[in-house]
Design a protein around this ligand. Structure first.
Ligand SMILES: [Mg+2]
Length: 173
């Protein structure tokens, strides 16, 4: 069950303590797209995200958008934010995580995934052995397959709550 438990939990991507991550040796940030950066129906980044990504680059992080969506969905983000992307990443499989680490030459201890889903981002990240950071989903709208995931997620969260491991809205780092 702990394989679904995030290492850190923040309200959103803007609340994350990136300086702390830097101090802890994290050099590469993998961002989920849908409901982490933007709602699923939004096709390009806003200024707030552009500013955040500029800051992260200034802090010398390697930033990569890693999404289960296809290339076409990622292209406007890749172009506007000037970041690398890993499309069709098949989270929670760890295969693509390990491929990205190998390609960019980062160790698992130097990499973190930031995402809104326990069943894909956190589960996959934990399997790969990297730092996992959960944020709340931006919108209540989900694509079809995510809807099922959310129901399973609720079930897992109930189990966590019983064991006092995790509670929605109770952020930790
Ligand atoms: Mg997502």
């Amino acid at each position: 069950m702990e394989i679904f438990l995030p290492d850190k939990y923040y309200k959103n991507i803007y609340e994350i303590n990136y300086r702390q991550l830097k101090q802890d040796g994290i050099k590469c940030l993998l961002f989920d797209l849908d409901n982490t950066l933007v709602p699923p129906h939004i096709n390009k980044p806003n200024k707030k995200i552009r500013d955040l990504f500029d800051n992260l680059k200034e802090l010398d992080f390697k930033v990569i958008i890693m999404s289960n969506s296809g290339k076409k969905r990622l292209t406007p983000f890749k172009d506007e934010l000037i970041v690398d992307c890993s499309a069709s990443s098949m989270k929670p499989l760890k295969k693509k995580f390990l491929k990205v680490l190998k390609e960019y030459k980062f160790d698992v201890s130097e990499t973190a995934i930031i995402g809104d889903q326990l069943l894909t981002d956190i589960f996959g990240g934990n399997r790969a052995g990297i730092t996992t950071i959960l944020v709340n989903p931006i919108s209540k709208k989900d694509i079809m397959c995510t809807k099922l995931n959310r129901r399973i997620e609720k079930f897992i969260e109930k189990k966590f709550l019983k064991r006092e491991l995790f509670k929605r809205g109770k952020y930790y780092d």
